[in-house]
Design a protein around this ligand. Sequence first.
Ligand SMILES: Nc1ncnc2c1ncn2[C@@H]1O[C@H](COP(=O)(O)OP(=O)(O)OP(=O)(O)O)[C@@H](O)[C@H]1O
Ligand SMILES: [Zn+2]
Length: 470
Amino acid sequence: MLMQIRIYNTLGRKIQPLETVEPQTVKMYVCGPTVYDYLHIGHGRTFVSFDAMVRYLRLRGYNVIRVQNITDIDDKIIKKAQETGKDWTEIVDFYTKDYLNALTQLKIEIDQHPRVTYHIKEIINFIQKLIDKGHAYVAKSGSVYFDVDSFPSYGLLSGTKKEEWNQGEEFVKEKKNPYDFALWKAWKPGEPYWESPWGKGRPGWHIECSTMSMRYLGEEFDIHGGGIDLIFPHHENERAQSEALLGKQWVKYWVHVSYLTIKKEKMSKSLGNIIPLNEALKKWGPSVLRYWYLSSHYRSSLDFNEDSLDQARNALTRLKDAISIIRDIIKEGPKYYSKDEDIQIQRNIIELIKGFHAAMSEDFDTAKALSYIHEIVSLVFGKIQYSRDFMSAMLAFDALRQFNYVFGVMDEEFYPTYEMLSKVIDAVVEIRNQLRMKKMYDLSDQIRAILANAGVKVLDSKDKSTWRFE
Ligand SMILES: Nc1ncnc2c1ncn2[C@@H]1O[C@H](COP(=O)(O)OP(=O)(O)OP(=O)(O)O)[C@@H](O)[C@H]1O
Ligand SMILES: [Zn+2]
């Protein structure tokens, strides 16, 4: 029996067994960025944390559908356009590229990147239904607000009370209650707009995520996530709108990643203490960043300092060294006998792999999972490297392969890319060419045989050799 996966649900504030809506399938929606500026490493932490969850679920055989939206219309975008004198679409296109590029570098594959402005029709339909059901009202200006009093369990997700429901929007007299929030914002001169039954305007922030998640994941889905700053008001509002529309439970598990901090303060554009993600990627590379992010549990805060990144880099190097030792032992081939001590080590490794899964299964505790991997690595350096026991090496290799499937920090070690391989083969073929020109045919034939043995066929013509995989 595989270990049951359990997950902390902000709704209810406890760890619960993961029971999915559809068997063996997890549908997940994560709130993506508002594309008005470069991403910082705080954003990266949230996205990589969810990526590790997705990878672990896949390792455990779940089909995972992952949607992560792009907020491409918002007050912040309009403000940035006004400040820079650029068109808002130019701002959006530029920072969307920065975001997608960061995801690619961080090896995060999203299945669907819905953009708000591509879903205006669906958003308008959603709002209209809320009005028809008496959960929303059109104000004098043409803005539409959600009537919070019409949704009795408002505040349940965030555990907040009425006194705390200030929506952070400027106080608008036309609202029934100050805590009502905008579903549709009436047009103001100089702003982009779309036509709607209530006049020109644009969608509010919260309605977009309700509409797009429901469109791609259905009326009931498993995980809705983001950073903890989104619990209130964003997710509270999303839940209110969606459950008001559906009249039933919408999301099963609300999952939130804690802050990345710097000097113990939230990293945030408004506080001016950010480290741009693209700079960090240049300085440390995606694998070190991923390793560093995942060396803490997603529900604890993670404080940035250069030393801890250097430590991550060293730990990763040690892992890579362990893999090369393991590979050498595996290359030596199976043994016909293992000593008692080796059998003990083999059993240890199996227990450590179980520990890895137990940690990942208990609310995706990557920090604890990593500690089991370190123990395996210590066995490689301390024992297996000397015993050269084949089965111990195979088990350690399997552990590291599973670890990497989740952490995604040593892909080159396990799956060299075509690009990388072809560069190496090009170099070898070029050296062989030079040997042929010097008429050193013995050596060049030897190289051809070695390549053939590795599945690479060398094709000689008069003055040039090419190659292809057999
Ligand atoms: N310091 C941080 N640590 C972890 N996650 C963060 C941090 N800052 C933002 N996030 C998360 O990144 C995602 C995208 O955030 P969003 O675009 O709303 O950020 P933002 O509000 O523009 O950023 P900032 O908070 O710097 O102003 C959200 O899920 C958010 O919770
Ligand atoms: Zn959202």
